[in-house]
Design a protein around this ligand. Sequence first.
Ligand SMILES: [Zn+2]
Length: 347
Amino acid sequence: MGNWDLLGQSQLSSILEHSFNQGRVSHAYLLVGPPQVGKRATAIKIAQALNCDSNNKPCGSCTPCNRIESGIHPDIQIIAPTTDEETGIQHIVVSIKQIREMERISYLAPYEGNYRVFIIDSVNSIAEPAANALLKTLEEPPPNVVFLLLATNEATVLPTIISRCQKLEVKSLSEEDMLELLRKSHAMEAADAKLLAKISNGRLGWALEAARNPAVLGDRQKAVDTLIKVIDGDLEEKFKVSQELSSFHNRDRKKLPDTLRLWLSWWRDLLMIIEGNPDLVFNLDWGELLKKRQSFFTSREIANHMQELIETIEYLNQNSNPRITLDVLMLSLEGLSATRSEYAPLR
Ligand SMILES: [Zn+2]
């Protein structure tokens, strides 16, 4: 009996335990579940089970298990969207270049373990050429290779890819389970655990990060409060925020881009809601805030504004004058909200 205990995922744990005990290993798994519920943690567990030295796989304590846990096992690779070196902005999807590189490496024998494991985080919305390259690899899988494909939304994965994988569902935790886990396993104060259990919407990964680092919650809330002030406020209010943020930027060069990236994520979520994909919303606790404003903007306007936000972050990283750069952004935002009369009541 290995240590399959996946936090809050008892059903999934027993499915995996059973199939690995029977020696039934698939060459590809599709792990589907909402953002930050534990898909990557599950993938790591599978990678450990495949390469564990103990009889009780995955033991979680042998050298391979430890190396995999620490992210330093040479046969385990995580393929995730890369970050643009200049803007610091994360690309949204895994590129074809990454898939081709993975395919090339997959034909090399494992370096020190039993299996090479590729964790693709995620296969959502990957472009067609990349999806086709991946499909080709899945159709002719090299020996001793296991592919773990992570997805938040099955609908955006090619059906032909899905059909090549064994599907595993990683579910979000119930508020009660989350509360119990945070209280018992992480010895959290009752009030803190309750709050996190509420706003984490079953995403254990996020709750643990927020619990580990209290600034996560505070900064996040501050940034979204400021954004709402900017959206709902008049031009004078917008310029005031611009002045505050830019004066702060001269002391801390990281905070303003971080704030703008969070704004970007807010607009992205709003776009998902407008486009009828509420299940793709990252910041689930902003649901009400987002829904209230969904009728004020069109998808096109949001997409344009997101592009402007990305450019603003680029300009800031190129040492542009923060005040001027932000004022331009504020003017464009004012242009958006000023065009609709129904916006007035929120002022
Ligand atoms: Zn082990």
